[in-house]
Design a protein around this ligand. Sequence first.
Ligand code: NDP
Length: 445
Amino acid sequence: MYSTVDDFMNMIVEKNSGEKEFHQAVQEVVDSLWDFLQDHPHYMHAKVLERIVEPERIIMFRVSWRNDRGEVEVNKGYRVEFNSAIGPYKGGLRFHPSVNLSILKFLGFEQVFKNSLTTLPLGGGKGGSDFDPKGKSDNEVMNFCQSFMTELQRHIGPNTDIPAGDIGVGAREIGFLFGQYKRLRNEFTGVLTGKALNWGGSLIRPEATGYGTVYFANEMLKTRGESFDGKTVAISGSGNVAQFAAEKILQLGGKPVTLSDSSGSIYDPNGIDEEKLAYVMELKNVKRGRIKEYAEKYDCEYWDGERPWKVQCDVALPSATQNEINAEEAKILVNNGCICVAEGANMPTEPDAVDVFLENKILYGPGKAANAGGVAVSGLEMSQNSMRIQWTREEVDQRLHTIMKDIHAQCEKYGKNGDFVNYVKGANIGGFIKIADAMLDQGVV
Ligand code: NDP
C-alpha cells in the first residue's frame, strides 16, 4: 500500500510514462481524496484507488480512408473503456490533431467521476482520433467516420458503450457514425447520443453542456447572494459549449463579452447579444469560419493567438480545451474582479492556476461537476430511446436543472469547510464514493 500521495503518483508516472495530462488528472483526484481515504481504510485495503486509475480496456486501431483527391490517408482511432462499475461506458469522441492516449485517458478518467455525480447509472469512457475535420469536405468527413465506425462498432452497443460528441464531433459526425453503425449491425438502437431530433435525439442535448455550466455557476453564485443578472462574463471557445453558455447567460440577464477559437479571441465590451450570437452560430456551425470574422463584422477587438483572460469580468467560463488558464492568467482574472469560474471545458485550468483560485477563495467549479450537464442529458437521451418516447423541451430542461442542483449539493456536502466550499474536493469525493462502493460490491474484477 502507498503511504503518501507522492508514493502513489510515482507509481502512476512510472506505469504511464509520458502521459502528462493523465498524470495531472490523477494528481488532482488523489490530492482531494487522500485524507478521506485515510479515514476510510477499507477502500485502501481493497486497492480501489489502484484499480480506479487503470482503464478496464483500451482499444486502438488504424483508420484508413480516401480524401477527395483519391489519396489514402491514415489516422489513429481509440476508445478508452475506463470504468463500468455503475453502468455502461459513456463519454464523447474527440476528433482533433492533438488527440493521443494521454489526453483520452485523462478525459476518460474525469468522465468516470463526472458520470457518477450526475446521479445516473453511467460508467465512464472516452475515445476519438487525431483526424482533423477542419478544412475537410463533408464527403471526406463521411469517409473518415465510416472507416472509424467500421472498427469501433465491434466494441460498442446500447448496453455496453455509448459514445457521444466532443471537440470536432458534432451533429454532422454523429450522423455519419450512426449511419455506418446501423448499416453494419442492422439495428436501430441508441448506441450514440447527440443524435438529430428526427432520428432519436433528445431536445436540449445540444444546449445541455453550456446551459448546465451556467446553471451550476448560478448555484455557486447563489451561495454568496449573487446571480448572473448584470454580470459581465468572459467565455473562451466558440463551439457547442461556448455558444449555449452564452445563450443561457443572456437569458439570465448577464453580458458575455468574449469568445475565442484556436486562432485567437474577440473582445466585445458592448456585449454579445442574441443577434450577434446567432451570427456566431451560423459562422461556426454552418460556414465553419474563424472567430476573427466576428471582430471584422462588429468592429471590436481581435487578439491574434491570445486567450481572453485579461478582460474585466465577474464570471469566467473556460469552454474551449484543456490547460487554457495558467497561473498568471488566473491572477489577472482575480485582480480584475472575477468572483466565479465554472469550467465548461474539461481540465481547462492548470494546477497552479487552480491553487490561485482556491487561495483567493473565489467560486471555482471544476469541469467534472460544472460541465456534467452534457452527459446527463445524454443519459436522458438513452432513457428516451429505451422507452421509445420523446420528452418535451421543458421536461428535459427541468431534469437538467435538477441534476445540476444535485451535483452542486454533492459538492457542498463533501467540500464544505466553514463557509468556503472547495468544489474540487467535493466533486472528487462525491463522485468517488458511488463508484468505489459499487466496485467493492462487485468483487475483484
Ligand atoms: P467544439 O468542437 O464544438 O468547440 C471547441 C472550441 O474550442 C472551438 O472554438 C475550438 O476552436 C476551440 N479549441 C479547440 N481546441 C483548442 C485549442 N487547442 N486551443 C484553443 N482553442 C481550441 O467542442 P465543444 O464545445 O463540444 O467542447 C469544448 C470543451 O468542452 C472541451 O474541453 C470538451 O471536452 C468539453 N465538453 C464538451 C461537452 C459536450 O457536450 N460537447 C461535454 C462536456 C465537456 P476551433 O474552431 O479553432 O477549433
